[in-house]
Design a binder for this molecule. Structure first.
Ligand code: F6R
Length: 245
């Protein structure tokens, strides 16, 4: 694991952005693993600016998102398909037919799970972007998820639902389940970038980097991945031992 700690979020996201520019220009047909939530938004904004400034193209890029809520339709304000269109896909020259997100529609869940797994089995993610939950989840692989898990439906932790309720009108509106890439699918990516900012991620970040590798803290498995770079601000890094900072 390579750990990078930044004084400001601006410095952090600028460095991640520069790295994406380099990777996308070196490999225009790259397969990206993408995340939703608050963490990737500043990166997506920079990538949109980069596209407008003609520094990067997404024409040949393929993307796979980590997860989607179960039971909210694709037009719902908080659906991840809508999020991706609003925060990235709708603003760049990506071919939407090459952007894959599992469907969380109730009636077709099993079909959606099988289809997404098949797609992932047939593609290799070159560069996977991850945020981390305050409970250490990656994707929606909540504590207790086996490390060999593949695409599955999961009941969201109470902590996750409370964290994400900031984006809904009330906690009751937050879906109880999600469909997510499994931990094994994430670990299959050739390269992984994790971004974490803010004090509420500090415990999870400590567990990911210095804790035992244990399903209680799903992100701890990343210690075993051969190519992970973790970008942190000082708050998220605040619980790490001195030599790590
Ligand atoms: C999002 C995802 C989640 C988030 C995590 C952090 O697709 O899979 O693991 O990365 O919950 O969320 P934020 O960035 O909102 O703090």
């Amino acid at each position: 694991m390579t750990i990078k700690v930044f004084k400001t979020k601006e410095e952090l996201y600028s460095e991640v952005y520069e790295y994406y520019l380099k990777r996308l220009n070196k490999q225009p047909n790259i397969t990206l693993g993408l995340a939703t939530g608050s963490t990737p938004i500043p990166l997506y904004e920079k990538l949109i600016n980069g596209y407008n400034e003609k520094k990067v193209s997404f024409k040949e890029v393929t993307t796979f998102n980590l997860d989607e809520y179960v039971g909210i339709d694709s037009g719902h304000e908080q659906s991840y398909i809508r999020f991706m269109k609003e925060k990235l896909f709708g603003h760049v020259d990506i071919n939407i037919n090459n952007c894959f997100i599992p469907s969380g529609e109730n009636e077709k869940l099993e079909e959606s799970r099988i289809r997404y797994q098949e797609l992932l089995n047939n593609h290799t993610i070159d560069l996977q972007l991850l945020g981390i939950g305050s409970n250490g989840h990656i994707g929606f692989n909540e504590p207790g998820t086996p490390f060999d898990s593949k695409v599955h439906i999961i009941e969201l932790d109470e902590k996750t639902r409370i964290d994400n309720s900031r984006l809904f009108n009330s906690l009751d509106e937050v879906p109880t389940h999600a469909i997510t890439m499994g931990i094994k699918d994430i670990m299959n990516a050739k390269e992984i970038i994790v971004i974490a900012t803010g004090e509420n991620k500090a415990d999870a970040v400590f567990g990911m980097i210095e804790g035992p590798i244990d399903t209680d803290l799903p992100a701890s498995i990343l210690q075993k991945h051969p190519n992970v770079v973790i970008y942190l601000d000082e708050d998220a890094a605040s619980k790490l031992s001195k030599e790590r900072k």
